[in-house]
Design a protein around this ligand. Sequence first.
Ligand code: F6P
Length: 565
Amino acid sequence: MVTHTPDRQDVSPPRAPRPMRGTPQWAALESHMPALRERTLRELFAAEPDRAATMRISAGELYIDYAKQRVDATGLTLLSAIADAAGIIERREAMFRGERINTTEDRAVLHTALRLPRSASLIVEGADVVAEVHEVLDRMGRFTDRVRAGEHRGATGERLTTVVNIGIGGSDLGPAMASEALRHYSDAGISARFVSNVDPADLTAVLATLDPARTLFIIASKTFSTLETLSNAEVARRWLVDGLGGDESAVARHFVAVSTNAGRVAEFGIDTANMFGFWDWVGGRYSVGSAIGLSLMLRIGRQRFGEFLHGMRLIDEHFRDAPLDRNAPVVLGMLGVLNSELLGAQSRVVLPYSNDLARFPAYLQQLTMESNGKSVRLDGSAVDGSTGEIYWGEPGTNGQHAFYQLLHQGTRLVPADFIGFAEPTDDLLTADGSSMHDLLMANFLAQSQVLALGRTAEEIAAEGTEPGLVPHKVMPGNRPSTTILAPRLTPSVLGQLIALYEHQVLVQGTVWGINPFDQWGVELGKTQAKELLPLITGPGASAPGSDVDGSTAALIDRYRSWRGR
Ligand code: F6P
């Protein structure tokens, strides 16, 4: 039995991360910054002949090249010294041990326990969480097998061929992204649809294409109190019952729930025998490896879901075992700190050269921005630098024909993460017999090269360009990027990519001294929406006693009048 205890590293008791600005390690990096700011990537490549060989890490099956980042060997040493001084090792180990490092919610942070093998044991506050995790995985697996084999059928005896996951945020983005990314592994004739928005257009468009007799709904909500999810779930239930001739008992065969809150699931009317649980120590945006991934398991099967979890575990192990300066989440997380805090980067763009990863940037937006979009430290004091990189992105090559102009010649610095695969999930040949995937990957390689090295006025003039056009054609270069190359987009590789970014969040949150695991900033908007609803539907904001601000009141009045109220 593998026992995951803290003895892997010599650690002192966990403590809150230390604010890094003002420390000698931060000061050392700041004094090295003129050297980094002055030297271009062209100069760095010329000065460091072994740059490409040293600035890359293999983690699991991911080949990660950061030689095109604006950093040198000294800078990298200083960055890992900062991570070390911030207490990343203690924080990481406290997380893996299951300590309540999410102090503002008084919870452990144990998404890594979701991917421990059955043979492991992790005792947290008296209970073996690995045994609990595998009990749920086994239940999910048995249910999955029955649905895929046509043993669990709909109320009229039809096979269930479409799964509709109703959830939002972490209860949607992970499974939706992964289901699309792994569409090639869907091998039992089950399609998956995802409904998240409270905008009725979302559910309407999905239901319009479905046959209730063949549809299985998964109501996915950690809290089972989320307005969007419960509203969509209620309408879906009515649609199902109406579509099956008013048979209320059909709900039991067509609805399952995924939640931590059995009480609310029962209140909603789903038998808890049809509920797959998880735990408060799994944050919503870290939950795709929990029962929240049920729609994915139904599509790709339990074995491939196991490979997905295994992929995450490979990176967990790398994160725990690799020295800080060879540790992919530490190096990439710290490069994000360097770019955003000291090189003036405005955001980080994620560019998957894989259409199947189209939703990966959106998934990362919640993972990273809901986690590290904070302005107070764990002790309640204000942060003094910036936090939370802004993530965005689109698959290549679509982005090339949309926003790359700004990446190449704009005034803002936007570091990029390029993600590509050697083997295509699909390939087609062009008229001259060349592989479209090779064409895609040639673009993938060209773009990071151009961002890094650009093209000078002299080089452009030497091509015979008309002098007046030369400044317009200059490609400034010196724009940093990381390239992540993997053999193929498999369930395991997708798991590896997810864990790579999850752990970067912890690294950055530690250096910034904030709590990446709460999300208090989303609450007030929810409360105020509840307060405004009766004004919209009832007397309006101008009614006596309303204390709505003038702008909102006028908008409510206009809305009401256009709604004929
Ligand atoms: O509003 C933000 C949030 O709380 C996310 O953190 C979470 O992933 C999402 O809402 C959905 O929450 P739940 O799974 O409880 O419905």
